[in-house]
Design a protein around this ligand. Structure first.
Ligand SMILES: Cc1ncc(COP(=O)(O)O)c(C=O)c1O
Length: 432
């Protein structure tokens, strides 16, 4: 799939880095892992010099385009004044003010550097606020690398047990067995199961954490009323509702899923599109809950207001506020979603489209997908076969069918046309 330089760089990297990468998700296999040279706008070039229309967007952060001039210029201007002080500056106050203006349920914010940190801090705050330990999460959702929620994310679903009494499955060796005591897992969109668990454990649950859609499992969307049910029951039992908007925030609407679904969680977490790729994250929410920080709740980090991240967020949010950027992405993305759906249907391949135009996915060979257990029955071999063919023709979705396709403002109508032409060709080829 990739050229000679890619192969030799992978060999070199594998000598010194486990799997030859700095994050397990970037390893596609020996001989089939891409290594990148540069990226600009909607395009990525591998180390062999081949160009791709990029639909990975670094797993979601790139909302405007790679190396987007207006963002990079602001970052360059700011880093020349120093990048780290372990003191607070005006720019970060302005970024936080913009987050509180844009996200309807967010009154106070703390910045962090990654989505993992944001959810980890939010969970601590929720536990401190409620005085409880249990966390409820949904199968197939991913909230970062910490031990608190790295359960039932990617495991083969057979390990999850019966859906009435799901078994939380650690996604890694090295997670202390005792952490199992603190986690409850449930299938996404399981209204009845959620009500049942809340009846039994609601008063012991510190937080219910969920992605608004399953951004780490084919962008499966919440069924009507599911997020509202979580809101209602968390309120009834005094649990903190944490909406993990690391993938949806500043992507599906300026105010993220909170705006899109008109839902008000107690806390929300952000990263990715917040900084168009610069290292920045945030968590925030109700003043009463966030105020526990500083009243006995520890939160901090040397790099939490790093200037590249803060300047990147300042420029990105300013642009999102000043132009209908997300609407433009949504129009182009909708055309891509519709076009792909038509191609599969014309070729007699059952397809379920899911997600939003800026972040969508599709499951092949199935009729309905409402949770990871359904998605597991879809035709992954066909999905992967098509991805590999698309990559050969210069279109790059992620190699993992769970990972959505991400669009950015720099994807043009011509890029969408080229992508649809490629898929029309390869789907036909595969059908033969
Ligand atoms: C919903 C969600 N939460 C948290 C994280 C963790 O973010 P990070 O990789 O920045 O630590 C991710 C990463 O993909 C994510 O998708």
């Amino acid at each position: 799939m990739f050229g000679a330089k890619t192969q030799s760089l992978q060999k070199r990297a594998m000598e010194v880095m486990p799997l030859g990468v700095n994050s397990n998700f970037r390893f596609w296999g020996e001989g089939i892992t891409p290594y990148v040279e540069k990226a600009k706008g909607a395009y990525l070039w591998d180390v062999d010099g081949k160009r791709y229309i990029d639909y990975r967007m670094a797993f979601g952060p790139i909302i405007l385009g790679h190396s987007f001039d207006e963002v990079d210029q602001k970052v360059i201007e700011e880093i020349q004044k120093g990048i780290l002080f372990a003191m607070t500056g005006e720019l970060e106050v302005a970024v936080v003010e913009m987050i509180t203006e844009m996200a309807p349920a967010v009154e106070m914010v703390r910045l962090a550097c990654s989505g993992t940190e944001a959810t980890m801090h939010a969970i601590r705050v929720a536990r401190a606020y409620t005085g409880r330990d249990l966390i409820l999460k949904f199968e197939g959702n991913y909230h970062g690398m910490h031990d608190h929620t790295l359960w039932s994310t990617y495991a083969p679903v057979e390990a999850y047990g019966n859906r009435r009494s799901p078994i939380p499955v650690p996604a890694s060796s090295g997670i202390p067995k005792t952490m199992r005591e603190f986690i409850i897992t449930l299938p996404f969109n399981d209204f009845e199961g959620f009500e049942r668990v809340m009846r039994s454990y609601g008063e012991q649950i510190a937080a219910v954490i969920t992605e608004p859609c399953q951004g780490n499992c084919a962008a499966i969307t919440p069924q009507d009323g599911f997020l509202e049910l979580i809101r209602e029951k968390t309120e009834e039992y005094g649990c903190v509702f944490i909406l993990d908007e690391v993938k949806t925030g500043f992507r599906i609407a300026n105010g993220g899923a909170q705006e899109y679904y008109r839902i008000k969680p107690d806390l929300a977490t952000y990263a990715k599109a917040l900084g168009n790729g610069y290292p920045i994250a945030a968590f925030g929410g109700k003043r009463e809950i966030m105020s526990t920080i500083g009243q006995g709740v520890a939160q901090g980090g040397t790099y939490t207001n790093n200037k590249p991240g803060v300047a990147g967020a300042y420029a990105t949010l300013s642009l999102l506020k000043s132009k209908p950027i997300l609407q433009t992405i949504a129009q182009r993305g909708q055309r891509l979603m519709n076009g792909l759906k038509d191609i599969f249907e014309e070729n007699g391949i059952p397809v379920v489209m899911s997600g939003y135009p800026a972040m969508f996915s599709f499951s092949l060979g199935v009729e309905a997908v409402t949770c990871q257990r359904d998605w597991a029955k879809s035709d992954h071999a066909l999905y992967l076969h098509l991805v590999e063919k698309a990559i050969e023709r210069g279109v790059m979705p992620d190699h993992d069918a769970r990972e959505p396709w991400f669009l950015c403002y720099s994807h043009s109508d011509a890029d969408i046309d080229e992508t649809l032409n490629v898929y029309a060709e390869i789907v036909k080829e595969v059908k033969k």
